[in-house]
Unconditional design. Sequence first.
Length: 440
Amino acid sequence: MSNANAQSLAASKAITSAKNVRALYWLGDDLRLSDNVIFDDIAQHAQQLMIVYCIDPQWFKGSQYQAEYLGQHRLKFLLESLHALDEALNQYGQQLHIVYAQAQLCLPHLINTHGINRVYRSHHSGADERAAWQAIQQQCDTDIEFVSCTTQTLFNLPQLPFELDALPPSFSQFRKRIKDSHFDAAKEQTSWLPPMVVLQVQDTLLQSWLSYPAWLKQTHMLSNVFCGGEAQGLLQLDSYFSSKLAHRYKIVRNELAGWEHSTKFSPWLANGCLSARQVVSALRQFESQHGANESSQWIEYELLWREYFHWYGHKFNNKLFCFSGISGNKPLTSFYAQRLQAWKSATTPFALVNALMTQLNQTGYMSNRGRQIVASCLIHELQCDWRYGAAYFQQQLIDYDVAINWGNWQYLAGVGADPRGGDGLILPSNSKLTILKANL
Ligand SMILES: Cc1cc2nc3c(=O)[nH]c(=O)nc-3n(C[C@H](O)[C@H](O)[C@H](O)COP(=O)(O)OP(=O)(O)OC[C@H]3O[C@@H](n4cnc5c(N)ncnc54)[C@H](O)[C@@H]3O)c2cc1C
């Protein structure tokens, strides 16, 4: 199934007229009702609906890079986002079913036992997520329709002025190419959703998936300044643009700490509680009221970095996780257990790195410049394989986003896009200490 919204939705409309649609919406990084093309399509074409989010038990097992997929801070933000969405859905007479099971295992079962004939999913920039989507399709009858739509990026694939295979090799070229392209404005929330598909609760398999372990609910013990959910994301959007902070963004965005030095939209964007289009709409409104300057425009520039990495993830698939990245050149680094452990536990010889890692460990967030510093330290000072750092960020960051995270790590390791750097921080190897000294 193509990810092109226009094409998949047009196809789904043609089929819709002929049948009664019992839809299943498998949620991922699209935890919102507003500006969500999938909910809009469901409202128009489905007669019944089941909404599911799968928490995969594998997420809590160690990976090959000695980190979990999902740490406590991420889990807390995710659960808050899911519960907020469930509450919002209740207003529509709907419910979010959170199942503790691998999607490839439980979704085909749910689809087959509940007479589902159409499945929706947001098109994901992660290779594993896309593989899971394919695996589910292969386990279902061929007359079930699978519809995948873009909800994370500004542009849809057909709106890009090039084929995905021809994605420019550097961010600067990407930015030039899309300069005159247009994306859709953010949309309002749907006013209606179809009634629920009634769950076969006597099904013992389903019962076991619905009763997820008690420890999963313990994350409220953690305190954090960030709170997940669409309403909280919209509140942060409103709060940021109600002030004049955007007029100073470029000047202060590289500060290492401070709530107001950057937008802090990333956790909500990563979980899809906010859309990039909503951010751009709010930014344009701010600029029409208060005027644009270099700083306010720089917010859109950073969102284009995000956009670039998303399409980069779509294009390069598993190369995102390769030691030699997309460049094919292996960095001169290795795996050093003790150095990695010192880095993770904030006990390196570098005070600044330790302070930043402590911040990450305690909150699940770190500023962009902080991330660049600790990543450069792991790669260039401690000479560790960059993938161990990327995997630790994956576990810890509440704004973890597969393409942005692994793309930025590749970039800093010199094996990704634009390896000579476009953001002013990539250092030649003989000046690797400069970054630490400059910030001490
Ligand atoms: C090694 C490393 C790993 C990173 N991992 C992630 C990640 O997993 N998830 C994530 O969202 N960001 C990641 N970033 C990018 C960036 O650090 C965060 O997006 C930013 O710090 C989030 O804070 P903010 O929302 O206040 O950003 P702002 O400075 O206010 O920027 C606004 C938005 O622009 C986007 N953005 C900003 N910087 C970047 C960037 N370098 N690359 C792509 N998009 C950007 C984000 O969506 C951000 O919310 C990483 C950066 C590095 C160096």
